[in-house]
Structures are given as C-alpha cells and as structure tokens.
Design a protein around this ligand. Sequence first.
Ligand code: BTN
Length: 334
Amino acid sequence: MKVNKISIEEEIIRLLKKESHSFLSGQALSKTFGLSRTAIWKYINSIKEMGYSIAASPAKGYRLNLQNLPFTVLEISSNLKTAFIGKNISFYKEIDSTNEAAREFASKGAAEGFAVVADFQKKGKGRLGRRWESPAGVNIYTSIVLRPNIMPVFAPQLTLVAAVAVAETIARFLNNGSGYKPEPAVKWPNDILINSKKVAGILTEMNSEMDRINFVVIGVGVNVNMTKEMFSEGLEFIATSLKQEGGKEISRTAFIQLLYLNMEKWYAQYLKGGFEPVRKAWTSFFHMAGKTVKVQQTGKIMQGIAVGIDNDGALLLREKSGNIARILSGDVEM
Ligand code: BTN
C-alpha cells in the first residue's frame, strides 16, 4: 500500500491538537500509526518544518502549542465554513504575485472559488501599476477565481462586492470588546482605510470576450500584523495595519476564513439580488459622502463633493456648477 506522507502528518497534527492539554507519548503515537518511534520522530520534525511549534521531551513525548499555529492550507481548511471559496487553495511560502498565479490557474480551468494564498509576495501588484508591499509572516495576500455569469461591463461591481466583504471582516476583527473600536471605511473604488490610513486593497483583473466573462481574479491584500517599521520609508504615514489600529495580533487563519465566508455571502447576494444590496452595504462604510474630494484621472484632476455611488458602482461627484459627474476610474483624495 502506498503510504501518503502528508496524510500521516495531518493525522498526527489532528491527534496532537486533540491531546494538546498534555504530552502525547512517542509510544502511543507509534502504536496508533503502526510506525516505529524513529519514524514518528521524523514525522514530528517534518511537522515542525511546516511551522508548528511542538515541545518534545524524551520522557513525556510531544505537545503541540495551540497558541502558535502556522498559516498553512491545513489550518485554513480545517475550519473553513464556505461552500466553494477557498475549498481548493494553492499556497506558497513565496511567490511573485498571487493575482498572476490565480490568472494562470484560471486560464488552465481552475473552478470558481479556487484561491491562491501566499505568505510573501516578491512582486505584489497594486492598482494602476503600483507595487503592493508584501512582507513575509504578517499579512494576507490572496486571490480568488470567480466565473460570474454577468456582462463584462458589470465586472467593476465585483470590486465593490469584495470591498464590502473585506470591510465587514475587518470590522469584526477590530471589535475586540475592549471598548475602543476603530471603524473601517471604504475609499472609492477599492481601498479600505482605518483612521484615514490604508489597511487593505483590492485588485480585480478580468479575462473576457466582448459579451462574456471567462474569469475574474479578485486579489486582496490586508495588512494584518505588519508593524510600522516594516513599511518602506514614508509609507507608514499613509498605511497601517489591523494590529497597529486595534492593538493586538490577529490570527491570519481566522481572518482569511471569515474573509472567504463574507466574500461568498456577498457574491451570492450580488448574483441573486443584483447590485443594490451591495451598494447599500458599501455606502454604510463610505465616510467621504458630503466631503470635498479631488479625483486624479489620467491627464486631469476633478474636484467636487463626493455624493456616493450609483447603480453601476460609479462615483458621483457634485461639481461646483452643480453638475453631477460620474467617475468610472481614478484615484480619490481628500
Ligand atoms: C491596491 O490597493 O492598489 C490593490 C492592492 C492589491 C494587493 C493584493 S495582494 C494579493 C493580490 N496579489 C497581488 O499581486 N495583488 C493583490
């Protein structure tokens, strides 16, 4: 019989989790799995290499530290409540860009909900050709493949669907019961801010024909546990992390699980109920309404009062003349 090494490791992890209140002896493990104690010891080492912290004592055996579980597919999948988003994950310790990888998988037929996750991105991509700072070990970088049966012109609405899911997830993690509860805000079209600093961004890319979408990749970057010092010079004044704002470390595993669940919920709502419920939810996070903003577009800058978004997801800007301009792309500044 072919022994699947990964599945034995998974089984050992499962057992160590169950018994984490005390040490589990090497002898008990070797009996359970019908393996020699040396073989068990080798599996334990390989589990440690996966990032698990395991105390080992020759007299007592092994004990898993549940407080310090690694960010892995196994952990993400073990408590994932979604029906399709993240059910199939390709995970990388490092990668150029999860969006690039997801596009490649999608063009080879990856199903709706397929997700790419990375611990570190060497060439994280932001909007408008910018770079997305993607240090290792602290943040979330994920890209989700969707195959919506909608016209390509509506694809930008999916960015707003994702923004609602991200903002809702962030709000849930910042509400830690301590009394102080910073609120996430959306900045059109797809930035998530806390206290006016950017904490998350969304990059939506599409592959389509004239009248049908082949696939959409929704890339989400969230600064979760990044410290001030990790930002490159100057960026710490305009960007932040959940840890900096909420004051405590957040489990990336728990965050991504809820993010996928919220994504799935809002995506289903959008497909079923259209854009209006999404527009309403997005507006509840839009704190710029009524404020004077500048919109940088290629070649021109427009100024006016932000009114909100319309049924297509375009930003509505009241100009000095009273005219309401519909903005389809650009960068908003206060
Ligand atoms: C922006 O605000 O400019 C969008 C940033 C999007 C960053 C994420 S991180 C995961 C995914 N992979 C990328 O290369 N970019 C997106």
